[in-house]
Structure formats: structure tokens, C-alpha cells
Design a protein around this ligand. Structure first.
Ligand SMILES: [Zn+2]
Length: 126
């Protein structure tokens, strides 16, 4: 009889198998070239967005700068989505309605950083 008692052993081993299968599935979903650094950048993006929502623009800047450093060190380009949502001039995380004003123009999107006033333009897609 094992630690959990005879009746529970099959359940426990089933749970362990389920976890293993799920981990393998998650690993398989990560595109080639993605790895831990990319996941850390994703996490930093979440933190920057949350800090901005709480009005802490400086803390959000620290997350943005850290994410940029990780990207440079590991030679991975920050996902376009992240680049577009951080200000090149002052590193503020650009959250529409909080730190950014977004305007659709013909052929491009103009994103104005409300922290420093810089405007970045990106080609409009879709
Ligand atoms: Zn700015």
C-alpha cells in the first residue's frame, strides 16, 4: 500500500500523467526560437501594462527597459506588439486611454505618447 492508500494510487498517478502531457503540449506550442527570455518579456509586458493602469508610469518604464535589455542580450527582436506599445523616446508603456492617444490615419496608425509627447507612426494593417 502506498503513501496515499491503495484506493488513491491510480488517481494520483493519473494526475501526474496529465501534468506531464500538459507540459509537453505547452512546450510544443512555443514557436521555434522562443524560449524563456521571450516568456520573461511577455511577463514584463503584462507587468508594464498593469503598472500603467495603476498610474505608475515610472515603474512601467523600468519593466519596458528590462524587457528591451533582455531582448538585446538574447538577440531576440521584441514582438512587434510590444515595440509598438512602448515609447521609443521615454520608454513609457503606451496604453491607449492612459498614456497614449491612438489615431487612425490613411495608411498608418499614429500613437502619441502622453508622457513625453512623442508621436510614432506605423503602417496600418488590416
Ligand atoms: Zn514618451
Amino acid at each position: 500500500m502506498g503513501f496515499f492508500g491503495a484506493g488513491l494510487e491510480p488517481v494520483v498517478s493519473h494526475l501526474a500523467d496529465t501534468t506531464r502531457v500538459r507540459n509537453a503540449f505547452d512546450a510544443a506550442r512555443i514557436p521555434l526560437g522562443m524560449g524563456i527570455p521571450a516568456e520573461r518579456i511577455d511577463r514584463l509586458q503584462d507587468l508594464a501594462r498593469e503598472a500603467t493602469a495603476e498610474g505608475d508610469i515610472d515603474r512601467a518604464r523600468e519593466y519596458v527597459r528590462l524587457a528591451r535589455r533582455i531582448g538585446e542580450r538574447h538577440r531576440i527582436s521584441l514582438q512587434r506588439r510590444f515595440r509598438r506599445f512602448s515609447c521609443d523616446d521615454c520608454d513609457a508603456y503606451l496604453r491607449p486611454g492612459a498614456t497614449a492617444r491612438v489615431r487612425l490615419r490613411s495608411g498608418h496608425v499614429a500613437i502619441r505618447c502622453l508622457a513625453c509627447g512623442a508621436t510614432a507612426r506605423y503602417p496600418y494593417e488590416g
